[in-house]
Design a protein around this ligand. Sequence first.
Ligand SMILES: [Zn+2]
Ligand SMILES: [Zn+2]
Length: 232
Amino acid sequence: MAGAGDKKLVRSKSGLRMVCVNERFRSPFELEEPPWIPDNECLECMECHVRFDLMKRRHHCRRCGKCFCNVCCGNSIALPRMAFVDPVRVCGTCVPVTRKENEFFDKHIKVLMNGAHFLVSDDSIDENENETFLCKLTQDHRHISFEGGENAKHPPIQLDQITAVQIITSADETQGHIVGKGLTLKHKQQGQMTQSKLMVSESHNRKQSMTWLASMQKAMKMIHEARGDSES
Ligand SMILES: [Zn+2]
Ligand SMILES: [Zn+2]
């Protein structure tokens, strides 16, 4: 039987993709391939309106599935968000979006997986024994794990069970601007709605925790988008 993290190589008309054997275990950041606009519904480039013929061939953007000429869809870039193995053809509108997503995959996922220290409080921990944990995104991108608690343990939080994220801020007197202090996560744990508070721990690397918070905010945006939620 296939394990949770097992991946397989599949060939779609857009290219080779490396996807989870079991859909249930796929990364919450991953997007489905868009449906391609059928050739017979598209007689001209959707950007510059040049008509397609034997010389002017149509090309589909792998990010949005729309139909373009070679000039308007000439960029070939990596699209890890759809799990493509090789760079694929992307239209002019989708290039900046894809670059941003790639930055998330190159940079922010690594920040989240390296983890940072937070003072954690919620229903699963006794009110007066708030513990500091090393909070990390797991290898499969599906959970936040809590490591290194001295007196308490904390169950992992499943990312796709998070319904709301709020950054806790306060005015920094010395620097005169608003700084992030932590975040609250509303999520379902064993069928129950619960709220977890992760506060930046002053006794650990503060900068690392702040960076982690910023990356987490980006992560939640990506997840909302992948779910097709309109709220952000
Ligand atoms: Zn064109
Ligand atoms: Zn596109």
